[in-house]
Design a protein around this ligand. Structure first.
Ligand SMILES: O=C(CO)COP(=O)(O)O
Length: 250
């Protein structure tokens, strides 16, 4: 099964109402390939989800940046997958390295969250990736395999999961992984899925790359056979760069 290219913009904890409206206007005016060819998803902070959903063109979709690990209830400050469903938010980013590092989200917690979101009908962009120290000590594959295993142990239906490989050393640093570095890990991850889940999941799951992607470096990355898209941070907020990493991909 062909894997449809996927481009996500992760706005992280940024933006005012005015800035958000400006980015949405730019996205709405962008000339990009049709939805049949590339899936475009933007992820604003929770408070702007409804605004963005109401203004955004209908061929682009919206993602939350997190959700609670189980059914909602007495969990102050959290939002639940049920709420995302209620608001018509189809996607959620889970396990971003910033949350893993700063909020101590463990592999198991991330796996539980992905599984719960998907079980409620919210599609998950599940993030994995190694730190610089881990890369330099040669443990990249062991780290991303352990992160993927924790997800695979809980998820039964991979149809609604996109795996985002985001090396921590490339996030927000301007130090993008080389196309060869990205391809090497993506290819290994696909092998891991083949050996530990099944060949169909390995062939059909989109593995996207994140970490300092912009309009200038996206083409080479996109040309790699196992790079099925991007999760873009900083450049997804720059009005001048927004369409450039969506357009040249196909
Ligand atoms: O963390 C990222 C996307 O989730 C990547 O961020 P940057 O594109 O700013 O490096």
């Amino acid at each position: 099964m062909a894997r449809k290219f996927f481009v996500g913009g992760n706005w992280k904890c940024n933006g005012t109402t005015e800035e958000v409206k400006k980015i949405v206007t730019t996205l709405n005016e962008a000339e990009v390939p049709s939805e049949d060819v590339v899936e475009v998803v933007v992820s604003p902070p929770f408070v702007f989800l409804t605004l963005v959903k109401s203004l955004l063109r209908s061929d682009f979709h919206v993602a939350a940046q997190n959700c609670w690990v189980r059914k909602g209830g007495a969990f102050t400050g959290e939002i639940s997958a049920e709420m995302l469903v209620n608001l018509g938010i189809p996607w959620v980013i889970i396990g971003h390295s910033e949350r893993r590092a700063l909020l101590n989200e463990s592999n198991e917690f991330v796996g539980d969250k992905v599984a719960y979101a998907v079980s409620q009908g919210v599609k998950a962009i599940a993030c994995i990736g190694e730190t610089l120290e881990q890369r330099e000590s040669g443990s990249t594959m062991a780290v991303v395999a352990a992160q993927t295993k924790a997800i695979a142990e809980k998820v039964t239906n991979w149809e609604n999961v996109v795996l985002a490989y985001e090396p921590v050393w490339a996030i927000g640093t301007g130090k993008v992984a080389t196309p060869a570095q990205a391809q090497e890990v993506h290819c290994e991850l696909r092998k891991w899925l083949n050996d530990n889940v099944n060949s169909e999941v390995a062939a059909s799951t989109r593995i996207i790359y994140g970490g300092s992607v912009n309009g200038a470096n996206c083409n080479e990355l996109a040309a790699q056979p196992d790079v099925d898209g991007f999760l873009v941070g900083g450049a997804s907020l720059k009005v001048s760069d927004v369409p450039s990493f969506i357009v040249p991909l196909v």
